[in-house]
Write a protein that binds this ligand. Structure first.
Ligand code: MG
Length: 162
């Protein structure tokens, strides 16, 4: 069994992962609309990874014989000023998620819920990777500035994501 507070926090995090997924999907749609298919592909992949994160937590709550209570997902932003702006948001969002995971981890430790703490180790490592990737793309976009050849090159690089 899970403590009520941990159960609520995990259900809340499932919603947060879905919101992250939804946000990436909205960004992907924007990139599709301006024919930057490489960016769109990268963002779609990111969106489906966030769904996997949500499902990993979903399965964990079930494994602990606790209750899943799904929550409403907010509407994501649909308009973006620029790619740099978009990827600044990506980085901000990932940093925010890192903060959420850390809080969840602290809660698990405080309640002596070692199983949840161990489950969260994977998420803590994953966030290091997520922030690293977002920072790298954002830095490249800042270097590229208004140079469309550089942006198109980055688009083709991001399109190679498996
Ligand atoms: Mg995630």
């Amino acid at each position: 069994m899970l403590g009520k507070e941990i159960q609520d926090a995990l259900n809340n995090q499932i919603k947060n992962e879905y919101f992250a997924s939804y946000t990436y999907l909205s960004m992907a749609a924007h990139c599709e609309s301006i024919n930057l298919r490489g960016f769109a592909k990268w963002l779609r992949k990111q969106s489906s990874e966030e769904l996997e994160h949500a499902m990993k937590l979903f399965d964990y709550v079930i494994d602990r014989d606790a209750q899943i209570v799904l929550q409403a997902i907010e509407k994501p932003q649909t308009k973006y000023k620029s790619l740099t702006d978009m990827f600044q948001q990506v980085l901000d969002q990932e940093r925010e998620v890192t903060g959420m995971i850390n809080k969840l981890y602290e809660k698990a430790i405080n309640e002596n819920d070692h199983a949840t703490a161990v489950e969260l180790h994977w998420f803590i490592r994953e966030q290091v990777e997520e922030e690293k990737n977002a920072t790298e793309i954002l830095d490249k976009l800042k270097f590229a500035g208004d140079n469309s050849s550089a942006i198109l090159l980055l688009d083709s690089q991001l399109g190679q994501r498996a």
